[in-house]
Every structure is written in structure tokens, then in C-alpha cells.
Ligand binder design. Structure first.
Ligand code: CTP
Ligand code: CA
Length: 223
């Protein structure tokens, strides 16, 4: 089974997916994280495999199993995710960055567990590298780069500006205002926005079905 290759519209294509949250260390036992479950990214990896792609899944800490057949690269922090994605991107035809990457990290994580003391505590935070933006801006001629946008206001406008600023070929807009959408759940409701401003609305359905729609859109746009 291990060496069994599915043939499909993505046969011969290499696709990298980022998924899940990142954890940013405060000290050896604590971190700043987020509620990303990784379900959307893992579903995209599975649908890409089903369509014949060779798939690398770069994943932050999650509690779900990787689809059989992916090459799983486990990471913890945004900087580790950045390094992992960059070590493979040169070889990739398609990248789908669905991870919920922390925008900032503590500037100097403590070497020892921080002891309780005083009435308040402060941490200085520094910006993490933007993985998606770095691969978009350094995109090779035939690479197809997909990003996600999580917005709570001016959704379409903000997502379109991310598409342009990060030099993407497609952006998936996730609106937290929509019922049944977003973190943790098994369903989602998204809009797919193309550089020509074409918007495809996908109504509430399972993350697996949404992933299939995203992969279909990628297949439609790459050929
Ligand atoms: N992303 C990334 N690396 C980061 C931050 C974000 O690769 N350091 C990617 C995410 O995986 C997602 C996209 O960028 O595909 C958009 O993430 P989002 O948080 O919506 O946008 P930001 O550009 O971080 O802007 P903001 O959080 O201010 O809305
Ligand atoms: Ca962000």
C-alpha cells in the first residue's frame, strides 16, 4: 500500500501544505498558541493525494492523524515551520498555506521555568516571518501559491489585499462570523478569491468537501 500511487489530475505534481497552529515558547513548559485544529489543512493534503499529487504536510501540534501516503514534517514554532517550508519549496509545484501561524513570538524565551512573583508579568514579543508572503514574493514562474485569510471585518476587501500583497494565485477567505465556520468544527464556509477578482462562494459543508472544492479550483486554474 505504501508505494501505491494514485493517478489523477495532479499526477506528477508536488504539493506542500502547512497546517495547524504554531506554539511560541515562553519558557520550557509554557507557550502562546491558538485554537487551530489542523482539520482543514489535513483534509486538503488528503484530497491532493486522492488526485494524484505527491504531498508534503508541514504541521504544527495537532491531535489528528495524517492521511496515509503524505510525508509528514512535524514542527512546533513559526520559525521551525518557516525553515521546513523553505527547505522544500524549491521543488514544489503547488503550496497551500493553511496553518494558523502566530504573528509574534516572545523575544527571549526563559531557559528555566518562570517562577510566580509580583502582581503582573510582561513579555516582549517580536514578529515572526510571514511564510506565505516569503514564498509568494519568491514564487517561481510555474508555482501556484494558495493562502488563507481569517477575517472578522471587511472580509472580502482584506482578503483581496492579502492576495495582492503576498503575490498569491488563490486565497481562501474564512469568515469567523459565519455560523459553523472556523476553528475546531467539522464544517466550514468559505469564499475562493482569484487574482482577477472572481469570487466562488462555497456554502456550509464538511471541511473534507471544502478541501475537495479547493483542490478542484486549483486543478481548474493550473491547466
Ligand atoms: N501566514 C504565514 N506566516 C505567518 C502568518 C500568516 O504563512 N507568519 C499565512 C497563513 O497560513 C495564511 C495567511 O498567511 O495562509 C494569512 O494569515 P492571516 O493571519 O489571515 O493574515 P496575516 O497576513 O497574518 O494578517 P493579519 O493576521 O494581520 O490579518
Ligand atoms: Ca495573522
Amino acid at each position: 500500500l505504501q508505494n501505491f500511487k494514485i493517478s489523477g489530475p495532479l499526477s506528477g505534481k508536488k504539493l506542500i501544505v502547512s497546517a495547524g497552529p504554531t506554539y511560541e515558547a515562553i519558557d520550557p513548559v509554557r507557550f502562546i498558541g491558538n485554537h487551530s485544529s489542523g482539520k482543514m489543512g489535513y483534509a486538503i493534503a488528503e484530497e491532493a493525494l486522492k488526485n494524484g499529487a505527491e504531498v508534503i504536510l508541514v504541521s504544527g501540534p495537532v491531535h489528528i492523524k495524517p492521511p496515509i501516503g503524505v510525508q509528514l514534517i512535524k514542527v512546533t514554532s513559526a520559525v521551525e515551520m518557516y525553515d521546513a517550508v523553505h527547505s522544500y519549496i524549491g521543488d514544489m509545484d503547488i503550496a497551500v498555506m493553511s496553518a494558523a501561524v502566530a504573528d509574534y513570538r516572545p523575544s527571549a524565551p526563559a531557559d528555566e521555568k518562570i517562577k510566580k512573583k509580583g502582581d503582573s508579568i510582561q513579555f516582549e514579543m517580536v514578529p515572526n516571518p510571514d511564510i506565505l508572503k516569503s514564498i509568494g514574493l519568491n514564487k517561481k514562474p510555474n508555482q501556484f501559491i494558495v493562502g488563507f485569510a481569517l477575517e472578522t471585518e471587511n472580509e472580502l476587501e482584506n482578503a483581496k489585499s492579502k492576495l495582492i500583497k503576498k503575490n498569491l494565485d488563490l486565497i481562501v477567505l474564512n469568515s469567523l462570523k459565519d455560523k459553523g465556520a472556523g476553528f475546531g468544527g467539522d464544517t466550514n464556509q468559505v469564499k475562493l478569491i482569484e487574482p482577477n477578482n472572481k469570487v466562488t462562494s462555497i456554502q456550509l459543508k464538511s471541511k473534507q468537501e471544502i478541501a475537495a472544492d479547493i483542490i478542484s479550483k486549483i486543478i481548474e486554474l493550473i491547466d
